[in-house]
Ligand binder design. Structure first.
Ligand code: 5AD
Ligand code: SF4
Length: 468
């Protein structure tokens, strides 16, 4: 038998890429590949790239420079190292990648990962292979399922893609071009994935998609199901105790999604709802198709049915034409909403997007200053949110052993890491996959430290039997 070939995948960017990296492993495992943490001993290195901002995009080329050296070293040792570029830079730049970095053997867009084995073979025979079209066939249907042992090794929390692509065309964003038009997977396929994950120990599912609440997949009744309906169905899968979804657009929050937050104990009260700006003028220029007041109303609808709910968001500072007054409106919105955390980015013009042609660029110094001020405000809100947990008893889903011996780490409903030491005699492994109340005593940077507030069962129940 041939020895296994070693595969190293480096992922950049969003959760979708983390998920896609796992799918690539699932495609390549039957071909005899095993994962390695080291680039140097890899037979195949895949860069799973992100194109969302210029910085993310440029990282690919500096990484390819380093990989050229690793490949030369491998060649000197008599080994062949293949190099593939996947993800959104592959999709957007295609041939340009090979021109700038001839070291690349394969360029593969996110719609074509199921063709990786053929592309690698083609690169072997012809020196290079590129595939970045949007094939008509459904790529979801062609991706192999991970083996039970692989699912278990990946832990108790899993992502499941429910839709891909986006039809919103925000003027700054490359996603509609790199990931294509919005496509939803059928309910039955998602349900089968979730049941299989749950049967193999997964307790928490995060449904992902570039515009996840635009979900409208075919249901078993022949109708299009909303995300709310899908969540309702998945909450009934035995073993699934927590559900999340990301990333949402404010305009696609419908009554079903609000009802899901009202009715489903498994649906975590933590929603990532990007708004990008608090200025109506800038929101219009961004083609967001909502005002700041519309966004606040959406937040209020969630809060009305689920008082525990907390929000995170994304912001862009320095969109072309953003004035001091516009920026002040963003700060005001953040102050009004009160976030548990948020990401903020400097505007980065992306080739091919409408905003890239807009003139009035905000000077770099102003951009830096605005980013700093916004981040300070968000950091203060995040610290206050985390501090508020001290003295409270909160549910924690335990995930894995902590860094200190005997310690175990889990996450709260708000994804805050929580660390505890189980009582003497209790193996921390027995807690993995369980949701238990923890009294929070203190905060260490972003992590909560506390003690179990209830005695867990002495023996872990068989994972598959812990119903929701
Ligand atoms: N410049 C800066 N930030 C951007 N984002 C998307 N495109 C750009 C861009 N051109 C941010 C948005 C989005 C997040 C994923 O990345 O805030 O919600
Ligand atoms: Fe990009 Fe999100 Fe706008 Fe779609 S909704 S275009 S993914 S920012």
């Amino acid at each position: 038998m041939a020895p296994p070939r070693k595969l190293h995948i480096k992922s950049y960017g969003c959760q979708m890429n983390v998920y896609d990296a796992q799918r690539m492993v699932d495609v390549l495992t039957p071909e005899g590949f095993v994962e390695t943490a080291s680039v140097d001993d890899a037979d195949l290195v895949i860069l799973n790239t992100c194109h969302i901002r210029e910085k993310a995009s440029e990282k690919v080329y500096s990484e390819l420079g380093r990989l050229r050296l690793a490949r030369d070293a491998a060649a000197q040792a008599g080994r062949t190292m293949q190099i593939a570029v996947a993800g959104c830079v592959a999709q957007a730049e295609g041939e340009e990648i090979v021109r700038r970095a001839p070291v690349v053997d394969v360029v593969v867009g996110p719609q074509s990962y199921h063709h990786l084995p053929q592309l690698l073979a083609r690169a072997n025979a012809q020196g290079r292979a590129l595939e970045t079209e949007f094939p008509v066939e459904d790529k979801f249907g062609f991706l192999p399922q991970p083996a039970p042992a692989t699912i278990r090794a990946r832990g108790i929390s899993a992502f499941v893609t429910v839709q891909e692509g986006c039809d919103k065309f925000c003027t700054f964003c490359v996603v509609p071009y790199t990931r294509g038009a919005e496509v939803s997977r059928p309910v039955a396929a998602i349900l089968a994935d979730v049941e299989r994950l749950a049967d193999n120990g997964v307790r928490e599912i995060t449904l992902i998609g570039q515009n996840v609440n635009a979900y409208h997949g075919d249901g078993p009744d022949g109708r299009a199901w909303t995300l709310g309906r899908l969540l309702q169905r998945l909450a009934a899968v035995p073993g699934i105790v927590r559900l999340r979804y990301s990333t949402s657009h404010p305009n696609d929050v419908d009554d079903d999604l609000i009802a899901a937050h009202r009715d489903l104990a498994a649906l975590m009260p933590f929603v990532h709802l990007p708004v990008q700006s608090g200025s109506d003028r800038i929101l219009a220029a961004m083609n967001r198709k909502h005002s700041a007041a519309d966004y606040r109303r959406v937040i209020d609808r969630f809060r009305a049915v689920q008082p525990q709910i907390a929000f995170s968001s994304d912001f862009i500072v320095g969109f072309p034409g953003e004035s001091d007054v516009d920026f002040a409106a963003t700060l005001a919105l953040v102050t009004q909403i009160g976030y548990a955390g948020a990401y903020s980015f400097k505007y980065s013009p992306r080739p091919g997007t409408p905003a890239a042609d807009m003139q009035e660029m905000v000077p770099a110094a102003v951009l830096d200053e605005r980013l700093e001020r916004l981040q300070q405000l968000i950091d203060a809100q995040q610290s206050a949110f985390n501090k508020a947990a001290i003295g409270q008893t909160v549910d924690v889903l335990f995930e894995r052993a902590g860094r200190k011996p005997g310690q175990i780490v889990g996450r709260t409903a708000y994804l805050q890491p929580a660390h505890v030491f189980p009582p003497p005699g209790m193996e921390s492994d027995a807690l993995v996959g369980q949701v238990l109340p923890v009294r929070i005593d203190s905060l260490e940077r972003y992590s909560l430290l506390g003690e179990l507030a209830a005695t867990p069962p002495q023996h872990a129940r068989p994972l598959a039997a812990t119903g929701a």
